[in-house]
Every structure is written in C-alpha cells, then in structure tokens.
Design a protein around this ligand. Structure first.
Ligand code: FEO
Length: 401
C-alpha cells in the first residue's frame, strides 16, 4: 500500500526507506538504514523530482500512483544520476512514455550510459544554469551543483514556494521513522553524527564545490530544503547550513582529540590508552579512542572532521603501516581533510617504520601540523618513555586550549 506524506498542498513526499542495506555504496555501514526521497509536485503539470534506489522501487511506484491520483506524469526532473536516485527511471518511462525528461546535457549523457532508452530528443528539456520551468502556479529554477556529489548534479529551486530540492546536499544517513521533517525529531542529539558521517564521507572531498553551491544558495530565499536522503528542513535552516559551511571549509567544529590506533597484541593500544589517561589527568574531556580494526573508517573520518587534534598510533606491519590504519589514512587524504594538528606513534619489535610512512601519507593534507614528539615504541611502551609522553601531552594541551 502507498505511504506518502504531504509537505504542502501540492507537494508530496513519495520516498521510502531501506532498513536491510548493510553497506551504502557497498562501503559505508548504515546500521540505521537509509532513506531515498522522491517528491511529486502536482501543479497544472505534474512533476516528479528524482526517483529512488531499486531496493525501494515497489514502494515508490505505489506512492507515485497514489499521489498522482489518476493523472499522467508530465515532467521528470533528474537532479542526480547516481543509481540510488535514478534506478527507476527506465521503469518509470515504461509507465509514462510521454513524460518529458528535464535534465542538463551531462545528465542526458549519463542517462544513455546507464539505460538503453528509446526517447526522442524532443522529449528532453535540456536546462542550463538559471533556466526556469513553469508548471502552472510554480516556477522551477535550475541551479548547477557540479561535484556535489557527481559532476552532473543540479538542484531545483521552486521560486513560488521557496523550496530547494538539494539533491545529495543536506542529506543524512538513517531510515526515516515516520517523521519526515527535521524539526519533528531531536536532530542534534539523534542524527547530527550520522549527518556528519554522510557529508564527510560522501561529499567531504568536494568542499570548494559545496561552498560554491552554498554561495549560490545565499542569493535564494529558502523556506524549505528537500534533500534526497534523510529529513526535510523547514525550521532552523541556518543551523544546518552553518554546519555545512564548517565541513566544507574543513574547519573543526570543536577543540577535541581523537586517538585512532592499530594494534595486534594490545601494546600499541596500551600506548594510546596511556596517552589518553595522561590527557584526562590534565583535565581534557573531549577524548575519543578508536581501534581501527573495530570501527569502520567512515566513523573515524567523520570524527576527524569534527575535532581539531588527531593522534594516529600504528604497529609496523609487513614493513609498513598496519593494514587497517593504512586504509584509514589513505581514506582521510582522499577526503582532503585540512587544518588539523596531528600526532603520530608507532611500534616495531625490530624496525618501527610505520611512523615515517604515516607522516608521509598525512603530509599530503593541506595546512596540517605535526605535533611533536613522535613516540616510537619498541614492542611495548617503556617507563623510560614517560618524559616523551609527557612532552607530547604538553604540546597536545597547547592545541586544545
Ligand atoms: Fe545519494 Fe550521490 O547519491
């Protein structure tokens, strides 16, 4: 049966949630599921904004048929061609073969790559930056948002209702639980961490492009944001936009420290835990320790975007960095993290080489400073290294002030 929700008299949420998916993009754990949002505008013309992932296709079509209430579909706007949103386009066109496809030239090209469609060129409405589509009472304006998160991405601004259909931007991991509006839940307490993990891992690499979109959005009066994942925003928009501004400029949200360690038998872990205890003894409260073999890197990347001070401790493994730490550090550099203070510790029974290799990888990050001294453990941390640890604590404290 259909499961739709009204956003306004003529705008309906027709999306659905997947609670069975283990890994979003086959990479990111989504223990609380994921929602795929789709929207139907029922103006003089009927307009669908994006479809959904194939996993919720059946629900989507039930929702669409109900929301259309017997009307034909006039327009399909494609804001984003990633399959978690475009998967049902071919099936949709089988049901509504005369629907016009509104997209930009790059999207049309991708459409031809993903699907074999028999759609004549005159059925496409190819749009460029700032162009409009009038659907009766509503005027929709198209704003290009390349690399937020793919190159073809655009967002659609409904000038009439001041609604921004923001594609992947302003999305959140997690299924929806009946409430589709962010103001109906305690977002900061229950969802901010997953919003940050979604942003940093999915579009974190593209900060300048996100900033470009935020700058364009400054010129629009926005009453409502309708993203493709997670909640619709109609209150307190400035608070969430400010978070995006921080993340996109790679500024930490707060002074705090994470210690991520890769340890085989617990000796590198012990060194990391002792460092944390020493920091706690100095009154530091915002400390989080992560075992890179236990915590998926997407969570640690998200945390690395949150705080200003990062410690990485790795055992030497195959004459290199411990495999899970290696994966984490490469993922962090791939996401272009900047403006952080970083300390390193390594361990090696006969040749501790991980530290140098960790620093070589982390040195690729812009505007990041190494905190000294580097601590090198030989098998197990030794009381003779207490003064080195105390010196490291001192320099970390300076950073956290
Ligand atoms: Fe939710 Fe870039 O797709």
């Amino acid at each position: 049966m259909y499961n739709t929700q009204k956003i306004t008299d003529d705008l309906t949420w027709i999306g659905a949630s997947d609670r069975r998916l283990a890994l979003f993009e086959n990479v990111y754990p989504v223990p609380n599921g994921i929602s795929y949002n789709s929207y139907l505008l029922t103006d003089d013309k009927t307009v669908l904004l994006d479809t959904v992932d194939a996993s919720v296709g059946k629900q989507f079509f039930e929702n669409l048929l109900f929301a259309l209430n017997g009307r034909m579909l006039d327009y399909i706007i494609i804001n984003h061609m990633e399959p978690d949103h475009c998967a049902e386009i071919a099936n949709l066109l089988k049901m509504y073969p005369a629907a016009k496809i509104v997209c930009n030239a790059q999207t049309q090209k991708m459409l031809g790559q993903f699907f074999t469609l028999d759609v004549p060129q005159e059925q496409y409405v190819i749009v460029k930056e700032g162009e409009n589509l009038n659907t009766g009472h509503h005027t929709l304006r198209f704003v290009m948002a390349p690399m937020v998160h793919w190159p073809e991405v655009m967002v659609t601004y409904d000038e009439t209702d001041q609604t921004l259909f923001s594609a992947d931007a302003f999305g959140t991991f997690g299924a929806l639980n009946g409430n589709i509006f962010a103001d109906e839940v305690n977002f900061e307490r229950d969802y901010l961490d997953e919003a940050r993990r979604y942003y940093t891992n999915i579009v974190g690499k593209y900060g300048p492009q996100v900033l470009a979109l935020l700058n364009k959005a400054k010129n629009l009066k926005i009453k409502r944001i309708c993203p493709l994942h997670g909640f619709i925003w109609r209150q307190n928009l400035g608070w969430f936009v400010a978070k995006y501004q921080k993340w996109a400029t790679y500024e930490p949200e707060e002074k705090g420290i994470i210690i991520a360690y890769g340890s085989i038998y617990g000796n590198t872990q012990n060194a990391a835990e002792i460092l944390a205890s020493k920091l706690a003894a100095q009154g530091v409260k915002n400390i989080k320790i992560y075992d890179v073999s236990v915590t998926h890197p997407s969570y640690i990347i998200s945390e690395a975007f949150r705080v200003n001070t990062l410690v990485f401790a790795s055992v030497t493994y195959n004459a290199g960095i411990f495999v899970n730490m290696d994966n984490l550090l490469r993922d962090i550099t791939a996401h272009n993290l900047q403006n952080r203070s970083i300390a390193t510790m390594d361990n090696g029974t006969w040749a501790a080489t991980a530290g140098k290799q960790m620093r070589d990888e982390l040195a690729k990050l812009k505007n990041c400073t190494f905190i000294e001294p580097h601590i090198s453990v030989k098998s197990a941390i030794n009381p003779s290294q207490t003064s080195d640890l105390d010196n490291l604590v001192e320099t970390i404290l300076y950073n956290l002030r």
